[in-house]
Design a protein around this ligand. Structure first.
Ligand SMILES: Cc1cc2nc3c(=O)[nH]c(=O)nc-3n(C[C@H](O)[C@H](O)[C@H](O)COP(=O)(O)OP(=O)(O)OC[C@H]3O[C@@H](n4cnc5c(N)ncnc54)[C@H](O)[C@@H]3O)c2cc1C
Length: 235
Protein backbone atom coordinates (compact mmCIF):
# COMPACT_ATOMS: atom_id res chain seq x y z
CA UNK A 1 0.00 0.00 0.00
CA UNK A 2 0.95 3.63 -0.53
CA UNK A 3 3.91 3.24 -2.85
CA UNK A 4 4.97 6.56 -4.35
CA UNK A 5 5.64 7.43 -7.98
CA UNK A 6 5.37 3.93 -9.48
CA UNK A 7 4.75 5.27 -12.97
CA UNK A 8 7.70 7.66 -12.79
CA UNK A 9 10.25 5.17 -11.49
CA UNK A 10 12.50 2.76 -13.38
CA UNK A 11 13.00 0.45 -10.41
CA UNK A 12 11.43 -0.49 -7.11
CA UNK A 13 13.24 -1.95 -4.10
CA UNK A 14 11.16 -4.86 -2.88
CA UNK A 15 11.63 -5.96 0.72
CA UNK A 16 10.74 -9.62 1.13
CA UNK A 17 11.07 -12.24 3.84
CA UNK A 18 13.10 -15.07 2.32
CA UNK A 19 13.60 -17.16 5.48
CA UNK A 20 10.51 -17.86 7.60
CA UNK A 21 10.20 -16.35 11.10
CA UNK A 22 10.57 -19.69 12.85
CA UNK A 23 13.90 -20.38 11.11
CA UNK A 24 15.72 -17.19 12.16
CA UNK A 25 17.29 -16.16 15.45
CA UNK A 26 16.37 -12.47 15.19
CA UNK A 27 13.15 -11.12 13.62
CA UNK A 28 15.25 -8.80 11.46
CA UNK A 29 17.23 -11.69 9.92
CA UNK A 30 15.98 -13.48 6.81
CA UNK A 31 14.82 -10.37 4.93
CA UNK A 32 16.18 -9.75 1.42
CA UNK A 33 16.07 -6.82 -0.98
CA UNK A 34 15.33 -7.13 -4.69
CA UNK A 35 15.53 -4.66 -7.53
CA UNK A 36 12.30 -4.84 -9.55
CA UNK A 37 12.14 -3.14 -12.96
CA UNK A 38 9.14 -0.82 -13.30
CA UNK A 39 6.52 -0.40 -14.50
CA UNK A 40 6.57 -3.36 -16.87
CA UNK A 41 7.44 -6.20 -14.45
CA UNK A 42 5.23 -9.22 -15.03
CA UNK A 43 3.11 -10.17 -12.02
CA UNK A 44 2.90 -6.62 -10.79
CA UNK A 45 -0.34 -4.66 -10.90
CA UNK A 46 -0.81 -1.16 -9.56
CA UNK A 47 -3.62 1.35 -9.11
CA UNK A 48 -3.31 5.03 -8.41
CA UNK A 49 -4.90 6.12 -5.13
CA UNK A 50 -6.66 9.41 -4.63
CA UNK A 51 -5.08 11.17 -1.69
CA UNK A 52 -6.00 14.41 0.08
CA UNK A 53 -3.18 16.29 -1.60
CA UNK A 54 -1.37 16.27 -4.90
CA UNK A 55 0.63 13.05 -4.72
CA UNK A 56 1.37 10.06 -6.88
CA UNK A 57 0.57 7.22 -4.57
CA UNK A 58 -0.30 3.66 -5.58
CA UNK A 59 -1.41 0.34 -4.24
CA UNK A 60 0.55 -2.58 -5.62
CA UNK A 61 -0.43 -6.21 -6.06
CA UNK A 62 2.24 -8.88 -6.46
CA UNK A 63 0.99 -12.06 -8.08
CA UNK A 64 3.54 -14.69 -9.15
CA UNK A 65 6.08 -11.92 -9.63
CA UNK A 66 9.31 -13.41 -10.97
CA UNK A 67 12.62 -11.63 -10.35
CA UNK A 68 15.95 -12.84 -11.81
CA UNK A 69 18.44 -14.02 -9.16
CA UNK A 70 20.92 -11.30 -10.17
CA UNK A 71 18.39 -8.69 -8.98
CA UNK A 72 19.05 -9.68 -5.37
CA UNK A 73 20.71 -6.70 -3.65
CA UNK A 74 23.73 -7.77 -1.59
CA UNK A 75 23.51 -10.99 0.39
CA UNK A 76 20.34 -13.00 0.87
CA UNK A 77 18.84 -12.57 4.34
CA UNK A 78 20.84 -9.42 5.19
CA UNK A 79 18.36 -6.95 3.71
CA UNK A 80 17.27 -5.36 6.95
CA UNK A 81 20.81 -4.14 7.65
CA UNK A 82 21.02 -2.55 4.20
CA UNK A 83 17.63 -0.95 4.76
CA UNK A 84 18.93 0.88 7.83
CA UNK A 85 21.43 2.68 5.61
CA UNK A 86 18.50 4.13 3.68
CA UNK A 87 16.03 4.76 6.48
CA UNK A 88 18.22 7.13 8.47
CA UNK A 89 19.06 9.50 5.59
CA UNK A 90 15.42 9.35 4.48
CA UNK A 91 14.41 10.62 7.92
CA UNK A 92 17.01 13.38 7.82
CA UNK A 93 15.88 14.39 4.31
CA UNK A 94 12.27 14.37 5.40
CA UNK A 95 13.14 16.55 8.40
CA UNK A 96 14.69 19.06 5.97
CA UNK A 97 11.47 19.11 3.92
CA UNK A 98 9.42 19.74 7.07
CA UNK A 99 11.71 22.58 8.12
CA UNK A 100 11.28 24.12 4.66
CA UNK A 101 7.52 23.92 5.10
CA UNK A 102 7.70 25.36 8.61
CA UNK A 103 9.81 28.29 7.38
CA UNK A 104 7.31 28.95 4.61
CA UNK A 105 4.35 28.93 7.03
CA UNK A 106 6.15 31.22 9.48
CA UNK A 107 7.12 33.68 6.73
CA UNK A 108 3.59 33.72 5.31
CA UNK A 109 2.22 34.30 8.82
CA UNK A 110 4.63 37.16 9.49
CA UNK A 111 3.83 38.87 6.19
CA UNK A 112 0.09 38.49 6.64
CA UNK A 113 0.17 39.59 10.31
CA UNK A 114 2.05 42.77 9.34
CA UNK A 115 -0.33 43.70 6.54
CA UNK A 116 -3.77 42.66 7.70
CA UNK A 117 -5.26 45.62 9.57
CA UNK A 118 -8.23 45.12 11.91
CA UNK A 119 -9.60 47.96 14.09
CA UNK A 120 -6.89 50.27 12.86
CA UNK A 121 -3.80 48.16 13.57
CA UNK A 122 -2.00 45.17 12.11
CA UNK A 123 -3.13 41.90 13.69
CA UNK A 124 0.56 41.06 14.29
CA UNK A 125 0.71 43.73 17.02
CA UNK A 126 -1.58 41.55 19.15
CA UNK A 127 0.42 39.23 21.36
CA UNK A 128 -2.23 36.52 20.88
CA UNK A 129 -1.18 36.46 17.23
CA UNK A 130 2.50 37.37 17.62
CA UNK A 131 3.40 34.79 20.29
CA UNK A 132 2.01 31.90 18.25
CA UNK A 133 4.25 32.82 15.32
CA UNK A 134 7.25 33.39 17.60
CA UNK A 135 6.69 30.02 19.30
CA UNK A 136 6.51 28.20 15.94
CA UNK A 137 9.69 29.98 14.83
CA UNK A 138 11.58 29.04 18.02
CA UNK A 139 10.66 25.38 17.55
CA UNK A 140 11.65 25.39 13.91
CA UNK A 141 15.10 26.75 14.75
CA UNK A 142 15.55 24.03 17.40
CA UNK A 143 14.39 21.29 14.98
CA UNK A 144 16.73 22.63 12.32
CA UNK A 145 19.72 22.36 14.68
CA UNK A 146 18.94 18.72 15.44
CA UNK A 147 18.46 17.98 11.73
CA UNK A 148 21.86 19.52 10.93
CA UNK A 149 23.49 17.50 13.72
CA UNK A 150 21.86 14.31 12.41
CA UNK A 151 23.19 15.02 8.89
CA UNK A 152 26.71 15.70 10.28
CA UNK A 153 26.66 12.42 12.21
CA UNK A 154 25.50 10.50 9.14
CA UNK A 155 28.12 12.15 6.92
CA UNK A 156 30.92 11.42 9.41
CA UNK A 157 29.85 7.76 9.60
CA UNK A 158 29.23 7.93 13.35
CA UNK A 159 28.07 4.70 14.99
CA UNK A 160 24.66 3.61 13.65
CA UNK A 161 22.94 3.90 17.04
CA UNK A 162 23.89 7.56 17.42
CA UNK A 163 22.88 8.28 13.81
CA UNK A 164 19.57 6.43 14.33
CA UNK A 165 18.80 8.39 17.49
CA UNK A 166 19.42 11.75 15.83
CA UNK A 167 17.74 10.85 12.52
CA UNK A 168 14.59 9.72 14.32
CA UNK A 169 14.47 12.65 16.73
CA UNK A 170 15.01 15.12 13.90
CA UNK A 171 12.17 13.57 11.87
CA UNK A 172 9.90 13.73 14.91
CA UNK A 173 10.69 17.33 15.90
CA UNK A 174 10.62 18.66 12.33
CA UNK A 175 7.29 17.05 11.41
CA UNK A 176 5.69 18.23 14.64
CA UNK A 177 7.00 21.77 14.11
CA UNK A 178 5.84 21.97 10.47
CA UNK A 179 2.39 20.83 11.56
CA UNK A 180 2.37 23.41 14.35
CA UNK A 181 3.48 26.15 11.94
CA UNK A 182 0.74 25.07 9.48
CA UNK A 183 -1.89 25.49 12.18
CA UNK A 184 -0.46 28.86 13.20
CA UNK A 185 -0.69 30.07 9.58
CA UNK A 186 -4.29 28.84 9.41
CA UNK A 187 -5.09 30.80 12.60
CA UNK A 188 -3.26 33.95 11.50
CA UNK A 189 -4.96 33.99 8.09
CA UNK A 190 -8.43 33.67 9.62
CA UNK A 191 -11.00 32.94 6.91
CA UNK A 192 -8.42 33.62 4.21
CA UNK A 193 -6.50 30.53 5.32
CA UNK A 194 -9.33 28.35 4.08
CA UNK A 195 -9.63 30.11 0.74
CA UNK A 196 -8.13 28.14 -2.12
CA UNK A 197 -5.60 30.39 -3.84
CA UNK A 198 -3.64 31.53 -0.79
CA UNK A 199 -2.05 28.07 -0.77
CA UNK A 200 -2.23 27.85 3.03
CA UNK A 201 -4.89 25.14 2.94
CA UNK A 202 -2.94 23.24 0.27
CA UNK A 203 0.34 23.25 2.16
CA UNK A 204 -1.61 22.50 5.37
CA UNK A 205 -2.90 19.28 3.75
CA UNK A 206 0.52 18.42 2.36
CA UNK A 207 2.53 18.91 5.52
CA UNK A 208 0.15 16.70 7.53
CA UNK A 209 1.64 13.69 5.73
CA UNK A 210 4.95 13.98 7.53
CA UNK A 211 3.55 12.98 10.91
CA UNK A 212 2.55 9.68 9.28
CA UNK A 213 5.12 8.85 6.59
CA UNK A 214 7.71 7.58 5.95
CA UNK A 215 7.37 6.46 9.56
CA UNK A 216 4.61 7.45 11.97
CA UNK A 217 5.65 9.58 14.91
CA UNK A 218 4.32 6.98 17.35
CA UNK A 219 6.78 4.51 15.89
CA UNK A 220 9.56 7.09 16.23
CA UNK A 221 8.69 7.53 19.91
CA UNK A 222 8.64 3.78 20.25
CA UNK A 223 12.14 3.63 18.72
CA UNK A 224 13.40 6.28 21.15
CA UNK A 225 11.74 4.53 24.10
CA UNK A 226 13.10 1.11 23.28
CA UNK A 227 16.40 1.63 21.46
CA UNK A 228 17.62 4.89 22.97
CA UNK A 229 16.21 4.79 26.51
CA UNK A 230 16.26 1.02 26.92
CA UNK A 231 12.59 0.69 27.90
CA UNK A 232 10.81 -2.63 27.26
CA UNK A 233 9.52 -3.28 23.75
CA UNK A 234 5.86 -2.37 23.21
CA UNK A 235 5.33 -4.85 20.36
C1 LIG B 1 1.36 9.61 0.47
C2 LIG B 1 2.08 8.41 0.98
C3 LIG B 1 3.16 7.91 0.27
C4 LIG B 1 3.84 6.77 0.72
N1 LIG B 1 4.88 6.28 -0.02
C5 LIG B 1 5.48 5.12 0.35
C6 LIG B 1 6.50 4.51 -0.47
O1 LIG B 1 6.86 5.04 -1.51
N2 LIG B 1 7.06 3.37 -0.03
C7 LIG B 1 6.69 2.76 1.13
O2 LIG B 1 7.24 1.72 1.50
N3 LIG B 1 5.71 3.31 1.91
C8 LIG B 1 5.10 4.45 1.55
N4 LIG B 1 4.09 4.99 2.33
C9 LIG B 1 3.65 4.22 3.50
C10 LIG B 1 4.01 4.86 4.83
O3 LIG B 1 5.36 4.57 5.15
C11 LIG B 1 3.03 4.31 5.90
O4 LIG B 1 1.73 4.79 5.59
C12 LIG B 1 3.45 4.74 7.30
O5 LIG B 1 4.65 4.12 7.69
C13 LIG B 1 2.37 4.38 8.33
O6 LIG B 1 2.04 3.02 8.24
P1 LIG B 1 0.52 2.58 8.05
O7 LIG B 1 -0.14 3.47 7.06
O8 LIG B 1 0.54 1.12 7.78
O9 LIG B 1 -0.17 2.87 9.44
P2 LIG B 1 -0.37 1.83 10.64
O10 LIG B 1 0.91 1.12 10.92
O11 LIG B 1 -1.59 1.04 10.38
O12 LIG B 1 -0.64 2.84 11.82
C14 LIG B 1 -1.88 3.48 12.03
C15 LIG B 1 -1.80 4.28 13.32
O13 LIG B 1 -1.51 3.42 14.43
C16 LIG B 1 -0.34 3.84 15.08
N5 LIG B 1 0.45 2.64 15.48
C17 LIG B 1 0.68 1.51 14.75
N6 LIG B 1 1.44 0.65 15.46
C18 LIG B 1 1.69 1.23 16.65
C19 LIG B 1 2.43 0.87 17.82
N7 LIG B 1 3.08 -0.30 17.89
N8 LIG B 1 2.46 1.73 18.86
C20 LIG B 1 1.81 2.92 18.79
N9 LIG B 1 1.11 3.35 17.72
C21 LIG B 1 1.05 2.51 16.67
C22 LIG B 1 0.45 4.64 14.06
O14 LIG B 1 1.29 5.58 14.68
C23 LIG B 1 -0.68 5.33 13.30
O15 LIG B 1 -1.09 6.47 14.03
C24 LIG B 1 3.43 6.14 1.92
C25 LIG B 1 2.34 6.65 2.63
C26 LIG B 1 1.66 7.76 2.18
C27 LIG B 1 0.47 8.26 2.97
Amino acid sequence: MFISRVENSDFMVLVARTTPFDKVEKKTDGISLFLVPLPQAEGLEFHRLEMMFNSQTYELFLDELKIPAENLIGEEGKGFRYLLDVLNPERILLAAECIGDARWFVQKSVDYAKNRVVFGRPIGSNQGVQFKIADAYAKLIAAERVRTRAAELFDSEADPKTVGEHANISKYLASECSWQAANVAMDVYGGSGLAVGNHIERKFRETRLYRVAPVSNNLVLSYIGEHVLGLPSSY
